[in-house]
Design a protein around this ligand. Structure first.
Ligand code: SF4
Length: 232
């Protein structure tokens, strides 16, 4: 997996923090922003990647926030019916989160690959449509989905569509110090289809990921982020 990052812009604390509605990142957080966010076109195409971001080989699973531990434990009893025997065995041994050596929190993966919350559609059913791109029609090969998102879309859980880092990907928010963060676009080889679709259909990355950005930052800070990276 290859990763690439672009140039950086800045935007600071909000002038009116009270206007933010339930952002995950706190009122005093400061952010450095990758200017490439404003020039990138992107739109996931599961018919090409088959949900590769849920199954990528990696040393650690998806990063999570401290506040998401309780959410993962809350939704587990509801989503476990979607999980494989391997997932349930890994959860029984390791739980639904772990702390890495650097202190960060992650979701365990099965043998360094599939997220424990992954679920697969049947390649023969064609019933599951591309969840990030409903207009693309049935997916014809086995595709990985987030079981939490599946339950959320089915109305089985409320208030937690999936972990923030997964919802935002390929945008990442990395901590860089106390209450300071860096917001970057990560280009990985698995997202080739998303880049191609984004360019051909002229889908701005910031539009495609507007909903998770608002969930993370609140609407006013997303407006300021857009202004910062679209102003040049
Ligand atoms: S983020 Fe990339 S790998 Fe994940 S669904 Fe979108 S295009 Fe596929």
């Amino acid at each position: 997996m290859e990763r690439r990052r672009g140039k950086i812009a800045f935007f600071g604390p909000m002038t009116n923090p009270e206007s933010i509605s339930l952002p995950i990142y706190g009122k005093i957080a400061r952010f450095r922003v990758d200017r490439e966010l404003g020039t990138t076109h992107f739109g996931c195409d599961l018919s090409i990647c088959h949900g590769a971001c849920c199954t990528m080989p990696a040393e650690a699973g998806a990063p999570i926030l401290e506040s998401e531990i309780a959410e993962l434990e809350r939704v587990l009893p509801i989503v476990r019916k979607y999980l494989s025997e391997d997932s349930l065995a890994t959860i029984a041994n390791e739980g639904v989160w772990r702390r890495e050596r650097d202190g960060s929190l992650t979701i365990p993966a099965i043998r360094g690959r599939d997220c424990i919350f992954v679920t697969y559609d049947s390649p023969s059913s064609g019933a599951e449509r591309n969840s990030k791109h409903p207009g693309r029609g049935p997916v014809t090969e086995q595709t990985a989905y987030c079981a939490i998102e599946k339950a959320y879309r089915a109305g089985e859980i409320e208030g937690f569509p999936k972990p923030m880092s997964c919802h935002l990907f390929p945008i990442r928010i990395y901590p860089t110090g106390e209450n300071t963060f860096e917001i970057v676009y990560e280009e990985i080889s698995e997202c080739k289809g998303g880049r191609k679709r984004g360019k051909s259909e002229r889908i701005p990355l910031l539009d495609f990921l507007h909903s998770p950005l608002v969930r993370a930052l609140g609407p006013e800070r997303v407006g300021r982020l857009r202004k910062a990276v679209l102003s040049e």
